[in-house]
Design a protein around this ligand. Structure first.
Ligand SMILES: [Zn+2]
Length: 105
């Protein structure tokens, strides 16, 4: 068996983002390794949410992983507040579920 070449695919701004992307990748059958978290834990004083976490994938899955990352970066998953009624909506919706107001208005 040939050793896999691991490459740093993406540098996440925090642990939460790293795990979100890791989940997406694993759903697509891509193996992922994270680095940075252990260091943060060892340092003890740094809160987990401000530590950069690197995602690593193998050479032969890199292209597939890049496609997933690309999709992730294009999609805005953040919740948004309706400008009309103030309702909170999930990022994938373009219209307010409460009053049908367009997200951008
Ligand atoms: Zn609304």
């Amino acid at each position: 068996m040939v050793d896999q070449q691991w490459q740093c695919l993406y540098c996440a701004g925090n642990s939460l983002e790293a795990h979100s992307i890791k989940g997406l990748l694993e759903n697509m059958g891509v193996d992922v390794r994270l680095t940075g978290e252990a260091l943060a834990a060892a340092a003890g004083e740094l809160p987990m949410n401000v530590v950069e976490v690197q995602l690593w994938v193998t050479d032969n899955q890199r292209q597939q992983a890049l496609t997933v990352i690309d999709g992730y970066l294009r999609t805005d998953y953040r919740d948004w507040y309706c400008g009309h009624c103030g309702e909170v909506n999930q990022g994938q919706f373009e219209l307010c579920w409460q009053c049908q107001q367009d997200r951008d208005e």
